[in-house]
Design a protein. Sequence first.
Length: 254
Amino acid sequence: MENDILYVEKINAGEKKSGIMLVVDFSEATTKSGNPYCKLRLSDGKRTINANKFDTSKSDLTIMGIGNDTPVHVVLECGIFNNSLNYKILDLYLSQDSSISKEDFAAKIEENPEALFEEIISILRQNITKGHSDIINLAIDMLTAHHDQFILSSAAISIHHSLIGGLLLHTYQVLKEALAICSVFPHLDKSLLLSGCAIHDIGKIYEYNTSEMGTTTITPYGRNIGHPGIGLLMLNEASMKGQYNPEDVLLLNN
C-alpha cells in the first residue's frame, strides 16, 4: 500500500514503487547542463540508499518542510547504472500518515534488549569453572556497571551490527559461538573464554556515539585510543573497585 513503509529489498530493477521512507540527509548538486538536483539518503529502517531528485534544489525541499530525519512519501524508480542498482525519485512530499513517525525508522535490533542482557549474564553465571569465579564476577560487574550504554550501543559504524543494540547482540552471538567451541574442546577454560568474550568489545560504548535513530559516529576516544585500549582501561579501573584475583585480571587483560 502507498502509505506503508517502502522497503528497499522490495524494489527490483525496472520497477517503480511508492511508500514512506525516512530522509536521513540530503545535499544539492548540479547536472552537466547546469540544472540543480538533490542527492538524498533514504532509509527504510533496515537499509539506507542514495537517490536523486532531479530539477529540485535544496531550498525546494526545505520549503516543502523536508529536512533530516523526516518521513516522506516517495515514488522511486529503480534502474541499473554501472552494474549497480540506481534509484531516482519521481515524486516526493511530506508524509501525511500520523501513524508513522521517524522512530519507526530507527535502526535497532529486533530482540528484546533487556532479555538479551539477562541471557548474557545467565550464560556467565552458569559457566563458572573451579577457581575462576572472580573472572566471571569481574565480567558481570563490568557489564552491569555499564548496562544502559551497553544495551544501546552500536558495534561498528558500518561493518557489522551498526544499529541500536548492535554491541549487545554481537556480544551474545560471540558468547554462543564460544559455548559451541567449548563443547568441542572441553579442556578449554570456559570461565576465561566466556568472560573474555563478554567484555571483548566493551570499549565500544566510549568509542562510538549511537543516536536515537541508530546512526553511529566515532568519538574522540575512538579516534585516538580505539576500543581495545579503552576496554583495557575500563578493565583495570573495574578491577581496582573489587576484590578480584590479580592473576584473573591479568588473564583477562591478555
